[in-house]
Design a protein around this ligand. Structure first.
Ligand SMILES: [Zn+2]
Ligand SMILES: [Zn+2]
Length: 330
């Protein structure tokens, strides 16, 4: 992890000798703000090489929630872009209709995309389904986080397939990945655990490849990265924010172990990646008979859910709207 130094008068940056602004504990490094940004970008480049993340990838879709993780990811990508051999980077943000929180997130994403010169697509849940997330929660009585996750995954994958991108880039950092993986292990959810790999291959035609570019990046590093890049982050919180007690306890344990042995998290993330290998999608996944998106039994989660709400599967209509509005070049 990295700590922004409060009193910086006595330390010098290892690279340039100027006053150090940050201490990178796992690497025993003191760096100024500018060299810290370089350092993190190089760490991401190393992960890309090591895990062969962008092999045969020319066009990517970056999922942008508007939080510090995804916005830092966008800035990192824009700064290392020339070294990646990509033809195109497109950003996508889902406006869930969560009042001030969604409004602010959307504005931050639009600004970050303008600043980094990356094309931005905003998908509105209300426009695509007729309802905002709070309205859908009210109608379905389903837990907001699971509903939100289902729609986000569905819409991002759908846009990726329609745009014909080679991969979707996700903003999950190492702390998130380790917490998810350990929780999956505790609950013996081996199917979900298998997804905690740097690269998930996807299935040609209907399930996009997914890449976790920040696989070896600490959450604290992203705070510091956002701080030194002067990235503006949201001041409001998701009204449905839920603190999972299991995740909090796992996170606390990992933080204590990291404190005791700096670099511990990186070494277990690397072992996890090695053990899991490249995740391959189960052969049981097949296209939904209504909308063509991934499903386990022939009908995808969104068509299944919307059938109950509207009396018809909404997938095909959502797909047509996305195709007509956002994919006019194809
Ligand atoms: Zn420096
Ligand atoms: Zn469907």
């Amino acid at each position: 992890m990295s700590k922004i130094l409060e009193d910086t008068t006595v330390y010098k940056c290892r690279k340039c000798g100027r006053r150090a602004d940050v201490k990178v504990t796992y690497a025993k490094l003191l760096l100024c703000g500018d060299h810290f940004l370089d350092y993190i970008e190089n760490r991401v480049l190393n992960s890309i090489r090591k895990y062969k993340m962008l092999n045969n990838v020319r066009k990517i879709l970056v999922a942008l929630s508007g939080g510090k993780d995804s916005l830092s990811l966008l800035y990192i990508l824009s700064r290392i872009r020339n070294q990646l051999g990509l033809d195109e980077i497109v950003g996508v943000h889902i406006d869930l209709g969560l009042g001030a929180y969604s409004d602010e997130s959307r504005i931050l994403v639009e600004k970050a995309c303008r600043d980094t010169n990356i094309q931005c697509t905003i998908l509105s849940l209300k426009e695509l389904t007729g309802h905002t997330l709070p309205e859908l929660v009210e109608i379905t009585r389903r837990p907001p986080c699971s509903l939100c996750g289902s729609f986000k995954r569905y819409l991002i994958n759908l846009l990726a397939v329609e745009l014909g991108v080679d991969a979707v880039i996700l903003g999950h950092h190492m702390d998130d990945i380790l917490v998810f993986a350990i929780k999956d292990f505790l609950f013996q959810d081996m199917v979900d655990l298998a997804k905690m790999t740097p690269v998930s291959t996807g299935i040609q035609g209907f399930l996009a490849k997914k890449i976790k570019l920040l696989y070896e990046i600490y959450e604290d590093d992203l705070y510091s990265y956002a701080y030194f890049s002067k990235i503006k982050t949201t001041g409001t919180q998701c009204p449905f924010k839920y603190m999972d007690p299991f995740k909090i306890a796992i996170r606390k344990m990992l933080d204590e172990l990291e404190e005791y042995a700096p670099g511990f998290k990186i070494s277990i993330a690397r072992k996890l990646a090695e053990t899991l290998g490249e995740s391959r999608e189960s052969e049981a996944i097949q296209p939904c008979k209504y909308c063509g998106m991934p499903s386990k039994n022939g009908v995808c989660g969104i068509c299944n859910l919307t059938m109950k709400i509207y009396g018809e599967p909404l997938g095909p209509k959502i797909r047509t709207k996305i195709r007509e509005k956002y994919c006019f070049t194809r």
